[in-house]
Design a protein. Structure first.
Length: 481
């Protein structure tokens, strides 16, 4: 999602775009197969290319004639931003050829190559078939990106790449200690998305307390508009607003305990309160009818058509839903509504973090080329190109000067400014992909939001899943430092 990510045609880690007939199979079966295969694979590979000579223009020592193999997740952000960055690489290294493979089937495409010891040099590991990041790190399948972070930035050689990134990006790529395994390229604002025009038509303001939320939903219902919809087939979209709400109500330590798989973490009163609040939306009929059967595209389309007021999502939605979004939609995002003034964190507390995880495999033939391609992408020019073309921020801390921000992007920037230090970043979707998607998402929240399980039953079930994951010795476990 990430991020675990945003993307066109379909697919995205957290934002699963791919229409799957075997929703769980595509996540769990490839992931487990990948885990065991990686653990046993030492075979294959023709060795790494010879390193080039380091210089001011080539600080990473790229072999200037070596081919580069780049596999990109082809989702809501599309391919063009990557193609544009590849052109820069080819200009800088005219003797090098770049093999570019866009796909929505990341695991299906790459598992055989990892198994054979011949992975690509750079991968955008996102989408419905995202490879489990925790597994990749735990099985030592990834190269440490520290050389990239310590290399001079393209725009200002006096600055290291790490000094040009948004707060939290480097830390997100760390799992245990100093090495950085993942470069999250996009910067995603998660929250509750809506049409300001539609909200204004109801003579309503975005609700800050849950009583206000219920009142707005009731007002919408009387006009024949549902209060909420969501990706019913992929209910792990619901946490995009639910998790930061839990953090707001109970404090960020509640989210940390959940990430750490601590006993009884899901039994915290803040979790119970927030689950009951969302369940109230179900019981009062404020969820768009048929939502549990909708995928992310169908739910977004219903929302852009004005059939529902609110949708939990990430900032990729502006690009992904562009085809069905009216020109006067006036897209906006807000931090989640809280309960009341007793909440531990102020209104404005939001989830924002890196998305679109890029990795360089440990057994890549041309790892320096992969790192250099990322260095190019983290330049101001590439960042601006990405932001202008796909309406999303990047990990580069800037890149918006001189750009006319679209409504959603402008709203996202404003939400970040309002949040200030009150930004939370749950890590379940990065550390434990299968737990987050299949179990907490589909089997837990999916059933509750469909009205087939109570909050109490759902909490009990999710805590059981978390406890099982905590005790599973085959899983690499991570904790907030």
């Amino acid at each position: 999602m990430g991020s675990t990510s945003a993307h066109h045609s379909e697919g995205l880690g957290r934002r699963d775009l791919i229409k799957r007939s075997a929703a769980i199979g595509l996540i769990s079966v490839p992931t487990m197969g990948f885990l065991s295969a990686c653990a046993s694979s030492d075979s294959g590979g023709n060795g790494k290319v010879e390193k080039g000579t380091k210089s001011d223009k080539n600080p990473l020592g790229v072999n200037e004639s070596a081919p580069l193999d780049f596999v990109l997740f082809d989702g809501g952000f599309g391919q063009q931003y990557a193609k544009d960055a590849i052109k820069v690489y080819e200009t800088n290294y005219p003797k090098a050829s770049v093999k570019f493979t866009p796909t929505q089937k990341i695991t299906t495409t790459l598992q055989p190559r990892f198994n054979g010891g011949t992975p690509p040099d750079l991968i955008d590991n996102s989408g419905a078939e995202q490879m489990d990041m925790g597994v990749l790190v735990g099985q030592k399948q990834l190269a440490d990106l520290t050389p990239l972070l310590d290399a001079p930035s393209i725009d200002d050689p006096s600055k290291k790449v790490r000094d040009t990134l948004r707060p939290g990006i480097v830390e997100m790529g760390q799992f245990d200690g100093d090495p950085v395994w993942i470069m999250y390229y996009a910067y995603t604002v998660y929250g509750v998305w809506y049409s300001q025009k539609l909200l204004d038509s109801l003579d309503a303001k975005y609700p800050e307390t849950w009583d206000e939320m219920l009142a707005v939903c009731e007002k919408a219902k009387k006009k024949g508009i549902a209060g909420w919809t969501y990706a019913g087939k992929y209910p792990y979209y619901v946490p995009f607003s639910l998790y930061p709400m839990i953090g707001k109500v109970g404090g960020r330590e509640v989210l940390d305990a959940i990430d750490n798989l601590e006993p009884k973490a899901w039994e915290h009163p803040a979790v119970k309160t927030c689950f009951e609040a969302y369940y109230e939306l179900v019981k009062k009929g404020y969820i768009l009818k048929g939502t549990p059967g909708l995928d992310h595209i169908q739910s977004q389309t219903a929302w852009t058509e004005g059939k529902a007021l609110f949708i939990p999502n990430g900032s990729w939605v502006e690009n992904e839903a562009a085809k069905t979004m009216p020109a006067d939609f006036d897209l906006a995002v807000s931090a989640p509504t809280g309960i009341d003034s007793s909440d531990k964190m102020p209104f404005g507390t939001i989830w924002a973090s890196g998305g679109e995880p890029f990795i360089v495999p440990a057994k890549a033939k041309n790892p320096e080329g992969g790192l250099e391609q990322l260095r190019i992408m983290l330049s101001e020019a590439s960042s601006k190109n990405f932001t202008q073309s796909v309406k999303s921020l990047t990990a580069f801390n800037g890149g918006t000067d001189g750009i006319e921000l679209t409504p959603g992007l402008k709203s996202g920037v404003a939400a970040l400014e309002k949040a200030g230090q009150n930004v939370v970043n749950p890590r379940l979707q990065d550390w434990y992909v299968a737990l987050q998607k299949e179990k907490i998402g589909v089997a837990g929240l999916g059933e509750m939001m469909a009205g087939r399980a109570t909050p109490a039953e759902t909490i009990k079930k999710i805590q059981k899943y978390a406890d099982e994951a905590a005790k599973d010795s085959s899983i690499k476990h991570y904790k907030h430092q």
